[in-house]
Every structure is written in structure tokens, then in C-alpha cells.
Design a protein around this ligand. Structure first.
Ligand SMILES: [Zn+2]
Length: 422
């Protein structure tokens, strides 16, 4: 390794405590959907401290409505924004890079399953605990300090580098899309999602839907004449479960051939009724279904409509009182990434320089903001991030050494891809 690179890596190591402290300060802000403001302020203050003036990039649903990557959502974007900043090049000759990380987190409920408070960062046995510690505030700290370390080591860069911290990764990707539409893009995209220091080579499509069920309410003493909307949901859910099994059994594109159950349906919200002694007249459930790269979003929507119609056909009440299907949130198609493109080959070279081995490949059964850059951006990208456990569960944690490892790899990547300016 060259002397300059060693100096940059030593600078990352000297910043280790600051990196973990920053990750913890982000974890302390409970940035669930529509509550991202305080985490964004912590991020903004940090960027300013490093001398990079961030833009607040709003999500304008009217302006983005016609964009093919935009996902319709029922909530408001008033007063909400993403942060993006581009450090300009200090000279010619390098290639541009963009680091993307999301600050939104999923709900930690139920709180009683946590050993310690989910929004109080706690370090134990080399791990940082808290909601969002892994997914993905640890990675956001790593990418931010990777760029800072290059500067602090006394170097400039021969290409622009963009840092962006976005919202709504966990529900639709409209935050990353808004930044891309605002012009934030680069030749290499790196996202430190917590799938480990691996090169992410494929992700599935993901969509969200909801189904509204009607029943006929009455007092439970006359239940025979009522129709229970909650119980009428069961055959509809069963039909969707059969669709999931059918999709898993169909021909699979590479690299999904060997995975045991890549396509997953999750019913994540169920609501209905308001009284134990009243037959409920309405119920609603919300689900998430994944699908292989190469399958269109519209096709999967049609298959969901088909599964619901099949269940309705088999039930006289449902045949007369059709469940209504609606789509919102994720409308993401899957895609594949080639490890051979220059940006990923360079990243792998950095990983090898630090560990002595090639980075493993990672095949994802979920989705990330990488999709926006893949389908609508100019560059090539991947996810390469820390090691985390229990993301979306209780006692989420991220391995501290792995955060530092990502910061080192990203700093090295900047020096090789963007090229150092003295
Ligand atoms: Zn994430």
C-alpha cells in the first residue's frame, strides 16, 4: 500500500471514537416515518462542521408524479426533506463518487422486547445497540467520516464527491429519487446498508399493497345474519400465500436459483373491528410481496388482483362484496449488478488491500435505494456496509469494528477512484 493511502487509513483509525460517537448521536434521534427532522438536523450540523454546506432537498410529489420511479404514498411531504452535498473536485483526472445513506428507521415497537431503550445508544462487547444503529446510521457515520478522513489527512480529490442522507428508504425510495431528480448523481454509487462488507450483486423487486374487506355488522347474538369482515380476510390471505408459493416455484433468474425461499409475502398490518361483541363490518390488511428481477411491477400487481379475485370467486359473500386492492409505497423492480464494472472492481481491490481477500458477493431478498441509481442514474453502484443483527427487530445492533472497516474501505476507494490531489 502506498504511503498516502496508509496516511489516510491511519487518519480513519484516529477518528474511530468520533465515528462511533456520531453513529450514536444519530441513533438517539427517533427518526421513524415522518419524524426524521431531528436526525436530519444532527446530520446537517455534522456536514457543516466538516465544511460542506448541505442542500435541503424536498420531495415534491407533484413534480415527481410523472417520474417512473416515483411511488405513490398517502402521507404528506410538507416540511420534510433529504440532505445532499457535493464536495467539488480539486483538479481533473478522477471519477466521481456518491455515498447514499438513509436516516429513516422502522418502529422499534414493541418496546418491551428490547433489553435497553431503542433510542439510547449503548455500546456492549464491541457492538452499538439501538434502532437504526445497523440500518443504517452506522453506515452513514462511516461514509461521512471516510470523506472527512481524506481531507483531514491533507488531501484533495480529483473528482466531485456527493454525500446524501435521505428519508423514506424503508417505505418507497422517494427520498433518494428526489435527490437524483435534483441532479445528485455520480459515476460510482456506494450505499453502506448493513449487509456486511460484501459486494451486493442483486436485489428483488418489492411492492406494497392493501386490501379492504367488507362485512355486515350486527350484535354477536345474531351473528348468523352478520358477516365478519375479519374472518372473510382469511381466504384472501390464503390465496395470496398460494401466489407466493407459485412465484417461488417458477423459473428463477440468476443469481436466485439456489436460494431456498427468495420470494416472501408479509402481511404487516391488520386492522378491523372495534368491539368484542360486535361482528366487524370492515377490515383491512397491508402486505409486502417481492418478485424477481426481470418481472415488471405491473405484472405483479395484476397477479395480486388475480389472487384476490380467485378467493372472492370461491365465496358467495366476497363474490358480491369484492375486496378492494390498492397499491401504495414500494413499487420497486429488481435488478442485478455486475461485479466487473470498474467501480465495483475498484471497491473489491480496496477490500482486498485491507483484508487480503476478495469481497464475497451478496444476493439480496429485499430492496434498497440502489434501484433509483440503477434504473435512472448514470453510474454503477452497490451496497457495501457494516455487519448488523436484528435489523427491524428488537435489540438491533451493529458491529463497531465493521463500521470502521467500511470507513477504511470507503476512504481507500476515494483515493483510488476519485484520485488524490496534493
Ligand atoms: Zn436500510
Amino acid at each position: 500500500m502506498k504511503t498516502k493511502e496508509s496516511k489516510i487509513l491511519a487518519t480513519v483509525d484516529a477518528l474511530a471514537d468520533d465515528i462511533i460517537d456520531f453513529a450514536g448521536r444519530l441513533v438517539r434521534e427517533p427518526s421513524t416515518l415522518q419524524n426524521e427532522a431531528s436526525a436530519l438536523l444532527v446530520m446537517e450540523e455534522q456536514l457543516r462542521r466538516f465544511g460542506w454546506a448541505p442542500d435541503r432537498v424536498p420531495i415534491d410529489p407533484a413534480a415527481l408524479a410523472a417520474h417512473p420511479g416515483f411511488a405513490t404514498v398517502p402521507w404528506s411531504y410538507d416540511g420534510r426533506y433529504n440532505l445532499a452535498t457535493t464536495r467539488p473536485a480539486d483538479g481533473p483526472g478522477g471519477k466521481s463518487a456518491l455515498f447514499n445513506g438513509h436516516l429513516d428507521v422502522v418502529s422499534p415497537a414493541p418496546f418491551e422486547n428490547w433489553t435497553t431503550d431503542p433510542f439510547t445508544p449503548v455500546i456492549r462487547d464491541g457492538w452499538l445497540y439501538g434502532r437504526g444503529a445497523g440500518d443504517m446510521k452506522g453506515g452513514v457515520a462511516a461514509m461521512t467520516y471516510a470523506l472527512h478522513a481524506v481531507e483531514k489527512a491533507g488531501f484533495g480529490l480529483r473528482a466531485p464527491v456527493t454525500l446524501e442522507a435521505v428519508i423514506e428508504e424503508e417505505c418507497c425510495g422517494n427520498g433518494a429519487l428526489a435527490c437524483l431528480a435534483a441532479g445528485y448523481d455520480a459515476e460510482a454509487i456506494l450505499i453502506p446498508e448493513p449487509f456486511g462488507p460484501k459486494i451486493y450483486i442483486a436485489e428483488l423487486g418489492v411492492l406494497w399493497f392493501k386490501v379492504h374487506m367488507r362485512g355486515l355488522s350486527c350484535h354477536v347474538q345474531a351473528a348468523a345474519v352478520g358477516t365478519n369482515a375479519i374472518e372473510k380476510s382469511f381466504p384472501v390471505m390464503a390465496a395470496l400465500r398460494r401466489l407466493e408459493e407459485t412465484m417461488n416455484g417458477e423459473a428463477r433468474p440468476d443469481p436466485y436459483g439456489d436460494l431456498s425461499h427468495p420470494i416472501n409475502l408479509n402481511i404487516g398490518i391488520f386492522q378491523g373491528g372495534d368491539w368484542p361483541s360486535t361482528v366487524p363490518s370492515a377490515a383491512e390488511f397491508h402486505g409486502r410481496l417481492s418478485f424477481f428481477p426481470g418481472t415488471s411491477y405491473g405484472d405483479v400487481c395484476r397477479r395480486i388482483h388475480g389472487a384476490v379475485a380467485e378467493a372472492a370467486q370461491a365465496d358467495p359473500w366476497l363474490a358480491q362484496n369484492r375486496p378492494e386492492v390498492e397499491f401504495y409505497g414500494f413499487a420497486s423492480e429488481g435488478h442485478r449488478v455486475s461485479r466487473d464494472v470498474p467501480a465495483l472492481a475498484t471497491l473489491n481491490g480496496c477490500h482486498r488491500a485491507l483484508t487480503g481477500e476478495d469481497a464475497e458477493s451478496y444476493i439480496s431478498t429485499c430492496t434498497t435505494d440502489l434501484r433509483a441509481f440503477h434504473f435512472f442514474g448514470q453510474g454503477a453502484g452497490t451496497c457495501y456496509g457494516p455487519v448488523a443483527e436484528n435489523i427491524h427487530g428488537a435489540d438491533e445492533r451493529v458491529n463497531i469494528d465493521s463500521i470502521l472497516q467500511v470507513a477504511r474501505a470507503y476512504a481507500l476507494f476515494l483515493s483510488r477512484w476519485c484520485q488524490l490531489a496534493e
